[in-house]
Design a protein around this ligand. Structure first.
Ligand code: CP
Ligand code: NVA
Length: 300
């Protein structure tokens, strides 16, 4: 059966652990030898493109990255036809899209695994790297407390599900109007974890093991930037907020970071920040995911 990963909970808890274990393999089997992976980008990317291209190469494969204008998915031809054609050349397809529905159209037509490289709804490959970073640092996941401060966006949604799948508690602190709805929280609760939501960053950060934030304005919402800057006043992760977290708390950010907005330079560049390990772990995590998705597609 062809498996697709559009959200982190497309993996069961044990599968998630397997992906993280595979990410740690120093000498990975060359499951992509003589094969390729197509990487489509409707939006800019630094980490995701480089991490995924290098992961493909580390598995013996060849990445083909395509920018929006080169393909014009939905204009020159529908996303479903793009997925059909790419399935004939490649062992897997990755796509970063504006609308999550584009990925669903691709899944419906693809005959190889489709991996979400970020949509307006979710960022599962980021969440896998976040888990890997936390596990590498603390030596475990279960029982830890994660505080997410800021906009309930794609990164926040995937992080919550990843926490739920890993038995970590997640506390969101978001301004009114920018937080999760019950329909966002219910799937996390259903995984059996504790999930709370407040408008007070200090309350969410209290005693947390991990403090996480992301930009206030995601790609595609740039015309809201000024309104959001006002709405998110008081939600900057600074030394004062980090002081409320646990004694050994770490800071995470998917990057790119806007110093002086969602995080101060002192925190993102400070001793508790793991953001560069986290960025590196994008490569290890997606390599683990590709190993998991492609291991049984290698012909012998
Ligand atoms: N964190 C992340 O997805 O970074 P890019 O947008 O640079 O790929
Ligand atoms: N929430 C951000 C994440 C970037 C990696 C965005 O969608 O722009």
């Amino acid at each position: 059966m062809t498996r697709h990963v559009l959200e982190v909970d497309d993996l069961a808890p044990l599968e998630l652990t397997t992906v993280l274990d595979l990410a740690e393999r120093a000498d990975p089997p060359q499951v992509l030898a003589g094969r390729g992976m197509a990487l489509l980008f409707e939006k800019p990317s630094l980490r995701t493109r480089n991490a995924t291209e290098m992961a493909v190469i580390q598995l013996g494969g060849h990445p083909v990255s395509l920018r929006a204008g080169e393909v014009d998915m939905g204009g020159r031809e529908p996303a479903s036809d793009v997925a059909r054609a790419l399935s004939r050349y490649h062992a897997a397809i990755g796509a970063r899209v504006f609308g999550h529905a584009t990925l669903q159209d691709m899944v419906a037509a693809a005959s190889v695994p489709v991996v979400n490289l970020l949509s307006d709804r979710s960022h599962p490959c980021q969440a896998l790297a976040d888990l890997l970073t936390i596990r590498r640092h603390f030596g475990r996941l279960a029982g830890l407390q994660v505080a997410y401060v800021g906009d309930f966006n794609n990164v926040a949604r995937s992080l919550g599900l990843a926490a739920g799948l890993s038995d970590m508690a997640i506390r969101y602190a978001c301004p009114d109007g920018y937080g999760p709805g019950e329909d966002d929280l219910d799937p996390v609760r259903a995984l059996g974890t504790t999930v709370t939501c407040t408008t007070d960053p200090a309350e969410a950060a209290a005693g947390a093991d991990v403090v996480y934030t992301d930009v206030w304005t995601s790609m595609g919402a740039e015309d809201e930037a000024e309104r959001r800057r006002r709405a998110f006043e008081g939600f900057t992760v600074d030394d004062g907020l980090m002081a409320r977290a646990g004694e050994n708390a770490v800071f995470l950010h998917c990057l790119p970071a806007h110093r002086g907005e969602e995080v101060t330079a002192a925190v993102v560049d400070g001793p508790r920040s793991l953001v560069w390990d986290q960025a590196e772990n994008r490569m290890h995590a997606v390599r683990g995911l590709l190993l998991f998705l492609l291991a049984d597609t290698v012909s012998t």
